[in-house]
Design a protein around this ligand. Sequence first.
Ligand code: FAD
Length: 279
Amino acid sequence: MITTAFDYTKATTIDEAITALSEGDGKILAGGHSLIPAMKLRLSRPSKLVDIGGIAALKGIKEEDGEIVIGAAATHADIMHDDLIHHHLSLFAEGAALIGDVQVRNYGTIGGSLAHADPAADWPALVLAAEANIEVHGSNGRRIIKATDFFTGLFATALGDNEIITAVRIPIPANGARSTYQKFAQPASRFALAGCAVMRFADGKTNIAFTGVGENAFRDVEAEKVLSGKPLNNESITAAVDAALQGVMVLSDHYASEDYRRHLAKVYLRKALNTVSGL
Ligand code: FAD
């Protein structure tokens, strides 16, 4: 399969990338592991690719003002192997390790995954559970979008025209937080047929986020409400599993019917809650 013809620009600064993007029908090129296959299938036909792989400001992972700040061009492997992440945000190391295969993890980026917003991608559930903020830059400057406001539909996000994700900022959870990501992976691609990220904070607040289940990743507020202020035990976990997915339009495709996917999602929620509770 061959893409349509396109121009190519390698940006060295964020401003250069935004300017190049605003000239014509351009698209950002990060790891290329979602965009290039879509171009080969002619599902995407940009007239220009703006490569952000040479922008130093988009790389690296640091601690700043009580947050972990992950550059948008950090690869899944960078995150999986990072000491700060292991120390403060093991959920992200655990999740990154489950993405695709070695090549996908070495090329694919967190910014590319969030912008692409594949309904079966892993990062959306992880950033939702961790209450991350998505930092974006565009011709009108910088803004922060809460993860809960970012995913707006199937492959759709709150990113504006010519806006670029520059970083993902995660408040460092207080000591005592426990978390996990559990997914039933499609055996070839490893995308989630159902994935569930849980973050249980030291004060008992519990965030539950699903991916692979609906048109976009989401927090399950009904299941969260059931656990609010309660200890995690068999009874409260069963009540949360029963309450989960109310009113959710569950996806159905040739990998998993709606009923099977709903069942899987509840099984993986229970696995996740059992894991954080130590049951
Ligand atoms: P690209 O493909 O370069 O870009 C994707 C889209 O995002 C494009 O529209 C691009 O313009 C836009 N974009 C990129 N960066 C930015 C930015 N900073 N700001 C704004 N827009 C941007 N993913 C999973 O979650 N789990 C899996 O198990 C999994 N398995 C995979 C298996 C295979 C075989 C393959 C090929 C992919 C798999 N993926 C999986 C997807 C992979 O993680 C992709 O790398 C990721 O979704 C996209 O990241 P990228 O850096 O490659 O982005």
